[in-house]
Design a protein around this ligand. Structure first.
Ligand code: IMP
Length: 178
């Protein structure tokens, strides 16, 4: 492992096993409902592709790209849409697929934005949740792993666009971002 990477937090095998559980649970919860999976670019690309392939049937997907203003590794909750959905979500059940919830500000903004478009329901599935997420009242229905308050990369998550390709989730050495 390079000097900037510290330790493996979640192995690919563990991630895939957990995503498999979540996919079964989601499929059962949405039985008989038309659910639209909404991925948040770019961090959620791996979660989305593994989650949808683990589902017993087909669910359509769409993507949003948002930028959360912030400094360094912290978001501010002030969000700008860089790419909007292709689909009209009014009356539809939306499941946001996200990589990680940290402060929860990004997701709480996104959830109310999608709800204001008349979605029948908006729920969240996040692979990881950090302890700070409890400070904002954002209800994440499907959580893969509760992780410590460290900056992580890999499995789609980046630091300055690097490390998204790692198969495991790895902690970044604090000297890189502090
Ligand atoms: P929040 O608004 O503080 O919850 O920030 C959520 C967003 O910040 C995520 O979608 C990620 O893009 C980014 N983020 C938060 N923590 C990490 C991390 O540990 N590694 C990589 N990106 C992170």
């Amino acid at each position: 492992m390079g000097a900037d990477l510290e330790r493996v937090l979640l192995t690919e095998d563990r991630i895939l096993a957990r995503i498999d559980d979540l996919a079964q649970q989601i499929w059962a919860d949405y039985e008989g409902k038309d659910v639209l999976l909404v991925g948040v670019l770019k961090g959620a690309v791996m979660v989305m592709s593994d989650l949808m392939r683990a589902m017993p049937g087909t669910a359509p997907m769409d993507w949003m790209a948002i930028s959360s203003y912030g400094s360094g590794t912290k978001s501010s909750g002030v969000v700008r849409i860089l790419k909007d959905l292709d689909s009209d979500i009014s009356g539809r059940h939306v499941l946001i697929v996200e990589d990680i919830v940290d402060s929860g500000l990004t997701l709480s903004w996104l959830r109310s934005n999608l709800a204001s478009r008349g979605a029948a329901s908006v729920e969240i599935c996040a692979l990881m949740r950090k302890p700070d997420a409890s400070k904002v009242d954002v209800d994440v229905r499907y959580v893969g792993f509760d992780i410590p308050n460290e900056f992580v990369v890999g499995y789609g998550l980046d630091y300055a666009e690097r490390y998204r390709n790692l198969r495991d989730v790895v902690t970044l050495a604090p000297h890189v971002y502090t």
